[in-house]
Design a protein around this ligand. Structure first.
Ligand code: SAM
Length: 285
């Protein structure tokens, strides 16, 4: 930690002074163990030369670790005015480097807050973690990395490969755009207060290009159809879309959960092409 960091008050004192009794509606489960927050920061790799964005800094434990590792600039977006006040206080010790933003992260385009290349490093509030991630991935190429702590079950879905029980729509959409590395699980007792679920850290690195050509909309449609009835063969699960997997060399007797991301992209291209044909023929609105 820098000289400024060495003089900081203990996090428990920050919590007490700012009255940060945790609100479950805001997913508030704080990390007070600096060894753990330092470990999360190490997963993010080099910070020098990147604009770093933290969502939900809370009392600032992870924020302090990011600052100690050299994050500059570090933009910290916090919705809770009580936590935002604590972060503004921390920012006084790191003028210009730490930039607090009091806002709902769902409402802001974080790309406007920090310069490229940029990384997101965050212990996300559980209830908005997936919508936030999918929002960022709409512009995946604008992020160099996303290091996220989230519910373990969600982290497993992000990283799951074909044939694993957690493999589903989220795995396909995210892996189409990013490489995903599941890092480590974190015990409930590491948080104040402990959540009901186990957490885990994942590292997402957006690909320079999506894994294979496809449109987001078509990929959503084919994964929804396939995984909506995951035990059924593609022959019947894709029937509502009117596409035949055999047309792109995929055995219609297979189930969605066995398909690779590239195979889903092939189905998405088929669906998009047939959608155009269908529209031309006046079949669909
Ligand atoms: N980073 C801190 C830590 O690790 O101790 C706190 C993490 S806590 C799991 C989630 C944080 O996100 C809380 O500080 C909460 O107030 C904040 N938060 C919840 N919803 C938010 C939103 N929509 N936008 C920004 N921050 C939010």
């Amino acid at each position: 930690m820098t000289d400024a960091g060495a003089a900081l008050p203990p996090l428990r004192e920050v919590i007490r002074r700012h009255g940060l009794d945790a609100r479950r509606t805001l997913g508030q489960h704080f990390l007070l163990d600096q060894n753990l927050t330092d470990r999360i920061v190490r997963v993010a790799g080099p910070l020098a030369g990147y604009g770093i964005i933290e969502i939900g800094p809370g009392p600032g434990g992870l924020t302090r670790s990011l600052l100690a590792a050299g994050a500059d600039p570090l933009v910290a977006v916090e919705k809770d005015p009580r936590c935002a006040a604590a972060i503004r206080e921390l920012a006084e010790a790191f003028p210009r480097r730490l930039q607090p933003v009091e806002a709902d992260a769902l409402d802001v385009d974080v790309r406007n807050l920090a310069p490229a290349p940029r990384k997101v490093v965050a212990n996300l509030p559980y209830n908005v973690a997936v919508p936030l991630l999918l929002g960022w991935l709409r512009h995946a190429e604008d992020f160099a990395g996303l290091t996220l702590m989230l519910q373990k079950e969600v982290a497993q879905r992000l990283a799951a490969t074909p044939g694993q029980p957690a493999f589903g729509r989220l795995s396909v959409i995210v892996q189409w755009l990013c490489t995903v590395e599941y890092q480590f699980a974190v015990d409930r007792r590491a948080f104040v207060p402990p959540p009901n679920v186990i957490s885990a850290v994942v590292n997402l690195t957006p690909r320079p290009q999506p894994l294979a050509p496809a449109s987001w909309q078509a990929l959503e449609a084919v994964t929804q159809a396939g995984f909506g009835q995951r035990r059924k063969m593609l022959r019947s699960s894709l029937r509502p879309l009117g596409i035949d997997a055999a047309a792109v060399g995929i055995d219609p007797a297979r189930r969605a959960e066995t398909l690779s991301v590239a195979e889903f992209c092939a189905l998405a291209r088929l669906h998009a092409a047939q959608g155009v044909e269908a529209t031309k023929a006046g079949w669909s609105p």
